[in-house]
Design a protein around this ligand. Structure first.
Ligand code: HEM
Length: 397
């Protein structure tokens, strides 16, 4: 075996949780634009231009396989119901039905207020809680707060959410899927109560989504006396589930950057410095390493004919390290003239929560550093990554 490749991950899915998958991604970028992986039985896109092409080919490539809009393991369950409504998991009418309201509400957030809220939430997270769990608590509980949940409900909402996101992973056991469904049912009920209650607090994320939804309903005449639809409630749950693993990963990988590179620690003393560390982490060692697309109709992309039913693994983390996309891509540079990122997606399904996510991670990092952790001891003890097929979240020893 070539000594340079002996430590490569077995395949692009194993790369997500590998200690250093980036030399392997670089080798993939040297190969064909779309490479067939016979073990995973899917096409792999690793270069930035091809990743962009795949994510823009909305007519031919869909976010779910036509034959399985909801994973078989959860069809018919409460988790399956939520999954089936999410804008993230739909290309049909369900996508434009809710995406604009979610996008407007997220764009309207006051990011200074978000930071303040995250710092307050972080103060209430018990100091004795494991660091690897606090990575989840701060962003998830802050978004739950922004949605209008009362402070004393936040830990429970976080527990439900962490149970629910298990249904998004093919690695989950039957027992985890059952818990995910129980959590989905509980969350739908809680959101129903929240939406039906007093007018949502002005300025909350919930008020923003409801205003956008009402504006849409008034425009099409369906507003009068209408109860919130199950699909709206599911997409509110979706705001928390989109936050959960990805934001824990961004916060955790930003902390890893400080642990690995002591020279960065001085920058982390200012608010701008923290924000810059988080944004470069989102490019350099992002939390979401890949997403998938499924071919709905035959199409030729990057000179490669794809057949209906084929699947494409889109390596967002590899694209960020493409030298034609970001010069000197392997260097962690807090200041970059034009930082380009595909780790938040691209095209019609691109993440509407990017600014919120970076603010949550910067505030989370600020809160963690206020607890004066021994970063060198963290480095000596080391870390692994949580088992996942797409998200890179450190698990500290
Ligand atoms: C570091 C944190 C985050 C990362 C890395 C991330 C990444 C992504 C990516 C890659 C996609 C597109 C997936 C695809 O096209 O296959 C996406 C979609 C989405 N994200 Fe995020 N996200 C993060 C946080 C958030 C937050 C905090 C919210 C809102 C509270 C959010 C809301 C959404 C929604 C609603 C979609 C679906 C958009 C659509 O399908 O039209 N995300 N995210």
């Amino acid at each position: 075996m070539n000594p340079a490749t002996h430590d490569f991950p077995a395949d692009p899915v194993a790369a997500v949780t590998h200690a250093d998958p980036y030399p392997y991604y670089a080798a993939l970028r040297e190969g064909p634009p779309l490479a067939w992986n016979d073990t995973l039985r899917l096409w792999v896109a690793s270069r930035a231009d091809v990743v962009e092409q795949v994510l823009q080919a909305h007519a031919a490539l869909r976010v779910r396989p036509a034959a399985e809009p909801v994973p078989r393991a959860i069809v018919g369950s409460a988790a399956g119901e939520v999954f089936g409504h999410l804008v993230r998991m739909n290309d049909g009418a369900a996508h434009p039905a809710h995406r604009p309201a979610l996008q407007r509400a997220l764009a309207g957030l006051d990011l200074n207020a978000v930071r303040e809220a995250a710092l307050l939430v972080a103060q209430r997270v018990p100091a004795q809680q494991a660091l690897s769990d606090t990575l989840f608590s701060v962003p998830v509980q802050t978004v739950a707060h922004l949605l209008g949940f009362a402070d004393d409900a936040l830990p429970q909402v976080e527990r439900w959410m962490r149970d629910f996101v298990a249904c998004l992973s093919p690695l989950s056991t039957a027992e985890q899927l059952q818990q995910a469904s129980a959590a989905a049912g509980a969350l739908m009920t809680r959101f129903e109560v929240l939406v039906a209650g007093a007018t949502p607090r002005h300025g909350t994320l919930l008020a923003g989504v409801m205003d956008g939804t009402m504006a849409g309903a008034l425009a099409d005449g369906s507003a009068e006396g209408a109860a919130p639809s199950r699909s709206l409630l599911a997409n509110l749950v979706g705001l928390l589930s989109q936050t959960c693993d990805a934001s824990a990963g961004l916060l955790g990988n930003s902390l890893v950057a400080l642990v690995r590179e002591p020279a960065l620690r001085a920058a982390a003393r200012t608010r701008d410095g923290l924000q810059a560390v988080v944004e470069e982490t989102a490019r350099h060692d992002p939390p979401v390493h890949n997403t998938r697309r499924f071919v709905a109709q035959p199409v030729t992309l990057a000179g490669t004919p794809l057949a209906a039913g084929d699947a494409v693994l889109v390596l967002l983390a590899s694209a960020n390290r493409d030298a034609s996309f970001n010069p000197d891509p392997d260097r962690f540079m807090r200041v970059r003239a034009r930082r380009r990122m595909l780790g938040f997606g691209h095209g019609m399904h691109a993440c509407p929560g990017q600014a919120l996510a970076c603010t949550l991670a910067a505030a989370g990092l600020e809160a963690l550093l206020r607890r004066a952790p021994d970063l060198d001891a963290l480095r000596r003890r080391g870390w692994l990554y949580r088992p996942s097929v797409n998200t890179r979240i450190p698990l500290f020893h």
